[in-house]
Design a protein around this ligand. Structure first.
Ligand code: CIR
Length: 254
């Protein structure tokens, strides 16, 4: 990864779509601090980060990952599974069109980028409440000529996105929360690092080479990732967790 696109949260984050998170609504002030630390961590690791202006009327706009799949030299602008999130796509498409060829997913297809787990020449795509068969088929059609396989993975009930429970650390390694997606659903992945069930949130990490951004407060996972040879950078993420968001959701990376 050399480039990332991000969008800081606005005060509208208080009205974010929340299905799984329990507790008080997300705090935008805290979220902005955590977002700034996330951007700083990416830049410290040499990533060129483009920061879009916050969207005052779009509560979930900071979760840019859901609006596109950027892979193999193309940007697929998705059609989010939650209708309230579809207006977010415009600004993302405008920003990506400057740097990449772009195609747009059309109805009835739906797909959230959070359902896409890229591992080398394969995109594992979660079939979830947000991502339907037509969305997966569209992605397969776009990626096939580029030599990228698209493989469907059922997302367990009660889980928002495939990447809510797993993420790739490199072309061979996936961090996976125990008791969620079975490892057999990810054929060809050479190494699975298991995250204990009580730390499932920490299965969503962002890797930049051998450096791994991990949510702060998950010591067993941090140790396991470090023992596997990566440098761990813990980042507080509670303000985003309150809106069902995690580390990967906050950026589009390529
Ligand atoms: C939503 O429900 O769509 C947002 N509140 C959270 C989106 C998180 N995105 C992601 O995991 N890729």
């Amino acid at each position: 990864m050399e480039h990332a696109l991000v969008r800081p949260p606005s005060n509208a984050l208080r009205r974010a779509v929340v299905g799984n998170a329990a507790g008080p609504p997300p705090d935008p002030v805290r979220a902005r601090m955590q977002h700034a630390a996330y951007v700083a961590a990416l830049r410290d690791l040499g990533v060129v980060v483009k920061v879009l202006p916050p969207a005052e009327e779009e509560p979930d706009a900071c979760f840019v990952e859901d609006q596109a799949v950027v892979y193999a030299g193309i940007a697929v602008i998705t059609r989010c599974g939650h209708p309230a999130r579809r207006p977010e796509a415009g600004a993302i498409a405008d920003a990506l069109a400057v740097v990449l060829p772009l195609v747009r997913m059309e109805a009835p297809a739906t797909l959230d980028g959070g359902d896409v787990l890229p591992v080398g020449r394969t995109l594992f795509v979660g079939r979830s409440r947000r991502t339907n068969a037509a969305g997966i088929a569209f992605l397969r059609e776009v990626m096939a000529p580029r030599g990228i396989a698209v493989r469907e993975v059922p997302v367990p009930a009660g889980t928002l996105h495939l990447q809510s429970v797993c993420s790739a650390l490199d072309d061979d390694t996936v961090l996976l929360a125990r008791g969620t997606v079975p490892a057999v659903a990810l054929p060809g992945v050479a190494r699975i690092l298991e995250v204990p069930a009580e730390e499932a949130y920490a299965a969503n990490a962002v890797a930049v080479g051998e450096d791994v951004l991990l949510p702060a407060g998950y010591p067993v996972t941090a140790r396991r990732v470090a023992e596997a040879g990566y440098r761990v950078h813990p980042l507080p993420m509670d303000a985003f967790r309150a809106a069902d968001g995690a580390l990967t959701c906050l950026s589009l990376r390529w």
